[in-house]
Design a protein around this ligand. Structure first.
Ligand SMILES: *Cc1c(COP(=O)(O)O)cnc(C)c1O
Length: 346
């Protein structure tokens, strides 16, 4: 079992600070839920009392709906033919994103007389999704068929002067087609406030990383020790039956590729001569081992071989006393790529 433990009080205090500093906050809970899972984050958003939550894809709506009462915004733009997203058209709690001129008419048709709730995305310097500012006028008529919840802008990470000038230019272009709230991400609170003041419009501010992973709340990820075996130098072990470089123990720990753990492949130094060198120097890397993210008995340990689906084999050299089955060892993961089995708020 891979467990993410968080100091819940500190984490929630941080969330409330972000909420207070971010008028119009809309939390983003998508993908792996920043390590916590989208359902956990949706429950946090519910406690925060916000009226809207963003998910990444149509498929994620079902994981947040049971625990979050407000509007659920799907960030990935709707496309004709996407069945999962199309099934949400007309759902009163769901707001879909439209990012191409040509997608509005088929969406309206699909809604069959209802006015689907949509955000229309304006293309920014990100160049990911959106209708370019020059083409926004083309959709003025089509907007009559939808319930326009707002215009949405997804900006690059702010550098130097931030994104203020771009946001203002694009928001003005959109506002001149139809006045509606402006939804943004990656702008400073100051820039959002200026936008509110210049356009006299509501500004909604999407935040993910800073809300869930910012602050100083203590977070720790651990793996359960599943088994321990003594091994002797030269024993062949694992799927690939590599020889172990010296006496010691192989420790089988929870956590593998399914958890997003350490995908880098070990080096391929497998010839006898390379082994001989490594025996002489004691270098694990030279025998084709890669350093694992697992800390066992005080040090990061080497993988015996690439991680398996749900477990990994690491090598504990020499006389280091092995851990017990059931012990928890620390594992270093990036929370935006990890999938944990359990989240514990302490
Ligand atoms: C992921 C995402 C966000 C949140 O980004 P963070 O950097 O995690 O705050 C906001 N808006 C859109 C459209 C996104 O896809």
């Amino acid at each position: 079992m891979i467990t993410l433990r968080v100091d819940g009080r500190a984490w929630r205090a941080h969330q409330r600070r972000v909420l207070a500093a971010t008028p119009g906050l809309v939390p983003v809970a998508k993908g792996n839920g920043y390590g916590f899972g989208v359902t956990t984050l949706a429950a946090e958003a519910q406690s925060l009392g916000v009226d809207a939550l963003c998910v990444g894809t149509a498929g994620e709506v079902r994981y947040v709906r049971p625990v979050f009462d407000g509007d659920i915004v799907v960030l990935e733009p709707w496309r004709p033919g996407n069945r999962e997203a199309s099934a949400l058209v007309g759902d009163p709690r769901v707001v879909l994103t439209v990012s191409r001129v040509g997608d509005l008419a088929p969406l309206v048709e699909l809604a069959g007389g209802e006015r689907p709730r949509v955000l229309v995305e304006v293309l920014t310097s990100m160049r990911r999704f959106g209708i370019s500012a020059e083409r926004l006028a083309e959709i003025a008529g089509l907007l009559r068929g939808v319930d326009l919840v707002g215009w949405t802008l997804h900006l690059p990470m702010p550098t130097g002067d931030g994104n203020a000038a771009e946001v203002e230019r694009l928001a003005k272009a959109a506002d001149s087609v139809r006045a509606a709230p402006i939804w943004v991400s990656h702008v400073t609170s100051g820039d959002a406030a200026r936008l509110r003041a210049t356009l006299f419009t509501e500004v909604r501010h999407r935040v993910g990383t800073q809300l869930w992973l910012g602050g100083t709340a203590k977070r720790q990820v651990t793996a359960t020790v599943l088994d321990v075996h003594p091994v002797s130098r030269g024993d062949r072990i694992g799927y690939w039956q590599r020889g172990v470089p010296m006496d010691g123990h192989v420790v089988v720990v929870s956590g593998g590729t399914a958890h997003g753990i350490a995908l880098e492949a070990p080096t391929a130094a497998r010839t006898l001569r390379q082994r001989a060198v490594s025996f002489a120097t004691g270098s694990m890397e030279a025998v084709g081992l890669a350093l694992s993210p697992f800390t066992v008995q005080g040090a990061k340990r080497w993988f015996v071989e690439p991680p398996h689906m749900q477990a990994s084999m690491v090598f504990l050299p020499g006389k280091v006393r092995p851990p017990h089955v059931g012990d928890e060892v620390e594992v270093e993961v990036r929370l935006t790529t990890a999938t944990v089995d359990r989240v514990v708020l302490e």
